[in-house]
Design a protein around this ligand. Structure first.
Ligand SMILES: [Zn+2]
Length: 203
């Protein structure tokens, strides 16, 4: 928290963040104790499901969407290799399935929350923004995903969470991340494919 505060002070000094925005951002970027417990419980379940599905040939990421009463709406894995489609990340699959189930393209104003085993990549962050989901809880941050696996998570601006907050979306990360890192370690150590376009810069 101290680090966040000093960073925000620096950005305020540079004119990137207004005092009102920073206060609001700090207040709403802290989970309540109940919310934290719930997020830890669900994310641990997703890590366990991830470990099972990696053995079945799925990509090493799982996402779930729950409604405001804590009921599961959708849970999906990454199916890039299975479906032969680079867009089929866990979060994108989950948004698609939730929309289908609820019969709408707009997931806003329903208190829907996404839980995911890793920080959304640049594509999924975009998908989440367009979906209308109001809160995202994730486990392993992108930097560690890249370090452990070599997957390219894409570029997100430094203050991307502030941009999400401005659109009514709260993002919380680092939940049960040791278990998440262990799943990713296993994926790599067992020789599973780290898929990416075979461009020159990826070699
Ligand atoms: Zn993604």
């Amino acid at each position: 928290m101290k680090k966040i505060l000093s960073l925000l002070t620096l950005f305020m000094a540079l004119g990137f963040v207004t005092p009102a925005m920073s206060a609001e951002t700090i207040n709403t970027m802290i989970m309540t104790p109940d919310e934290k417990l719930q997020a830890e419980k669900i994310i641990m379940e997703l890590h366990n499901h991830n470990n099972e599905r990696i053995k079945q040939g799925y990509g090493p990421f799982v996402a779930a969407i729950y409604d405001k009463d804590g009921n599961l709406v959708a849970e999906t894995s990454n199916t890039v290799i299975k479906d032969k489609c680079p867009l089929h990340h866990a979060e994108m699959n989950c948004i698609r399935e939730a929309c289908k189930k609820l019969g709408t393209y707009d997931l806003s104003n329903k208190g829907l929350k996404m839980y995911v085993t890793a920080e959304p990549c640049v594509m999924c962050a975009g998908g989440i923004m367009w979906s209308g989901i109001d809160t995202v809880y994730y486990s392993v941050n992108s930097k560690d995903v890249q370090k452990i696996t070599g997957f390219d998570e894409g570029y997100k601006p430094l203050l991307w969470k502030v941009q999400f907050k401005k659109r009514g979306i709260n993002m919380y990360g680092g939940i049960e991340e040791e278990a998440g890192k262990a799943s990713l370690d296993t994926y790599v150590l067992e020789g599973n494919k780290v898929y990416k376009p075979e461009r020159q810069d990826n070699k």
